[in-house]
Design a protein around this ligand. Structure first.
Ligand code: NDP
Length: 480
């Protein structure tokens, strides 16, 4: 049985807590490993290691830091098959997705920030009339905490760790205890890459024990967190009295707005992806689909036909479109939302049920689900389900759809399908979201700012925004 260990001060260690958690495989419901549930003592040790490594790592020449991070990127790529298989077993996602998206992106995160730090510059201002010049130093913060969720495990874990390390910080990081395996494999990669001891420390465990110890630690000066909005609020409340720097990437309830003048077939194929990729467990999925009424019936029928063809099966099979839901409790939560939607008057157009996959009867599988709703104010349109479930609703005017798009507490992303450029720009300007895609979905460029507004979070990561977050600015003014 796989026994995961913490990575502290360059070593793979059992938890001091001596407490272990079972690790389930969502595809068959079986326990296949054990993960530490690390205590405050484990987090303290990780902090001490990070703190001791900081003076040297923060002073390491950029070229050398860059070389080490590139080595990690190379090793992730060299181990793509092992990592993709581990991610698929741990999370339930199709192995084809892990191999084509998750793992390559983890390597890109390291490669991108390794180079970005060498291009990161700060401002200087000449204060005309005062005979003074200002320049801004951007220094690493010290020891920072990175906490990530289970949906894109290595992808999101490295999205935080890579810029934090590139900027010269030392890190105490915690992956979700639901999907810890690729973070454990990353520990081994970091050892092989020669990352100096203590620069990165990975402690495994539950949010309310290990995670809590990280956010409460008075000397961990910044927290980069991706996860649910409720947890984000708890972290903000805990961190505020200690004045920690926070970046919170939280939930979403993203609108997918379809106008009749769009490129129909591109829209239809992309909408299948934006609805159900990774079993709908991506914060950017377009879970509320609004369709202009002149094409509503056609879209509804074509969409159902296409969704019927999606294959729900074991994640290791090449032809699987939809794998297993990450955990039993999450599957139950998603099914409950569907049940509530029906009780509120939603009409299930397709799916809605748990599925039994032959040979894997205890796995957590369910049908992709389409629900037609009559109002944007129902629970299924207001709360984040985070599963393979979308709602459909027609609209008549731009104003009406804009109101519905903005009529949720979240504001992470939005997609607009139209060939009317003016309309695309007009709506993009008015939609309350951190990221808007016009005629595409999840097309990412790592240089761009990433994050949400309203209950979807605070702060931006990505590109120089991430490097700004992971550094402290100090202005020096010299009168000459
Ligand atoms: P959670 O908020 O439950 O957990 C996220 C991470 O925080 C996990 O590592 C979790 O540990 C940890 N955690 C939980 N409680 C605490 C605590 N008290 N102190 C410190 N850490 C804690 O989210 P999920 O893992 O369920 O992930 C799904 C959510 O993530 C969805 O809402 C989704 O929208 C959001 N998300 C947002 C993205 C964005 O970029 N905006 C991207 C991807 C996902 P543990 O797992 O052990 O409980």
């Amino acid at each position: 049985m796989l026994k995961i260990k913490n990575y502290i001060n360059g070593e793979l260690l059992k938890p001091r807590s001596k407490v272990w958690l079972d690790n389930f495989c969502p595809a068959n419901g079986e326990v296949y490993g054990q993960t530490p549930n690390s205590s405050q003592e484990d987090v303290d040790n990780a902090y001490i290691a990070a703190q001791s490594a900081f003076p040297s790592w923060s002073q390491t020449p950029l070229e050398e830091r860059c070389r080490t991070l590139l080595k990690i990127a190379d090793l992730i790529e060299n181990n793509i098959d092992t990592l993709a298989e581990a991610e698929s077993i741990d999370n339930g996602k199709p192995i084809t997705l892990a191999k084509s998206v998750d793992i390559p992106r983890a390597a890109s995160n390291f490669r991108f920030f390794a180079h970005a730090i060498t291009q990161f510059s700060s401002e200087s201002h000449e204060t005309v009339g005062q005979e003074a010049i200002n320049y801004t130093l951007r220094r690493p913060i010290g020891v920072v905490g990175c906490i990530s969720p289970w949906n894109l495990p290595l992808y999101l874990f490295t999205w935080k760790i890579a810029p934090a390390l590139a900027a010269g910080n030392c890190v105490v990081a915690k992956p979700s205890e639901v999907t810890p395996v690729t973070a454990f494999l990353l520990s081994k990669i970091c050892i092989e890459a020669g990352l100096p001891k203590g620069v990165l420390n990975i402690v495994h465990g539950l949010g309310n024990t290990t995670g809590q110890a990280i956010i409460e630690h008075p000397e961990i000066k910044a927290i980069s967190f991706t996860g649910g909005t409720k947890t984000g609020a708890h972290i903000a409340k805990t961190a505020a009295p200690m004045f920690k720097k926070l970046s919170l990437e939280l939930g979403g309830k993203n609108p997918n707005i379809i106008f009749a003048d769009c490129d129909y077939s591109d829209m239809l194929n992309t909408t299948i992806r934006s609805s159900f990729t990774n079993q709908g467990q991506i914060c950017l999925c377009g879970s509320r689909i609004f369709v202009e009424d002149s094409i509503y019936e056609k879209f509804k029928s074509d969409f159902i036909q296409k969704v019927k063809l999606l294959r729900v099966d074991h994640p290791s099979k090449d032809l699987t479109d939809i794998g297993a839901i990450v955990s039993k409790s999450h599957l139950e939560k998603v099914l409950k939302y569907i049940n509530n939607a029906e009780n509120e008057g939603g009409k299930i157009l397709f799916g809605g049920q748990q599925i039994c996959v032959e040979g894997f009867e205890n796995g957590y599988y369910m049908e992709p689900t389409i629900i037609e709703v009559e109002t944007n104010n129902c629970q299924i349109n207001q709360e984040e389900v985070f599963g393979p479930v979308v709602t459909l609703m027609p609209f008549k005017t731009e104003d009406e759809v804009l109101q519905m798009a903005n009529g949720v507490k979240y504001g992470l992303s939005a997609t607009i399908w139209t060939n009317n450029l003016q309309r695309g720009i007009r709506l993009s300007n008015q939609i309350q979201a951190g990221i808007v895609w016009v005629n595409t979905w999840m097309l990412r460029d790592l240089r761009t700012p990433f994050g949400g507004v309203k209950a979807s979070g605070i702060g931006r990561e990505g590109g120089f925004e991430a490097l700004r977050f992971f550094t402290e600015a100090k202005n020096v003014c010299i009168k000459y």
